[in-house]
Design a protein around this ligand. Sequence first.
Ligand SMILES: [Zn+2]
Length: 152
Amino acid sequence: MFDPADVAAMDRALVLAAAAGRSGDVPVGAVVTDAAGTAIGGGRNLRELQHDPTAHAEVVALRAAAAALGSWNLEGCTLVVTLEPCVMCAGAVLQSRVSRLVFGAWDAKAGAAGSVYDVVRDRRLPHRAEVVAGVREAEASALLRAFFDARR
Ligand SMILES: [Zn+2]
């Protein structure tokens, strides 16, 4: 079964995702935890709210965690996100050196951690991250589905 610390962090990420949905952004949330499992940064998708094409939840959370630590290097940390990262965010996972990536729902259209691409485990690149998929998958998927259904 899943690590309880990962599940707890995912529950926090789901709260952030719901907040993103309420402000008109696709509901995706992310939390960075340190090696002890303590949350050191969180973020939600802010693309619409901030008119920022790069303000995906993962990037926002990685920036918050790096600011909290006073270092860009997040080795030993885990990025927990409700949706499988896109290519940009998978790149950010590698740039931040987080050791683990935990995500909820798969993104069959644009996922870059095992679906369309597997950037975070590509042996041609100098860094890789361990991947745990499917934590609170049903809840993460339901949030996204409800958001898109309401927009139709
Ligand atoms: Zn992304």
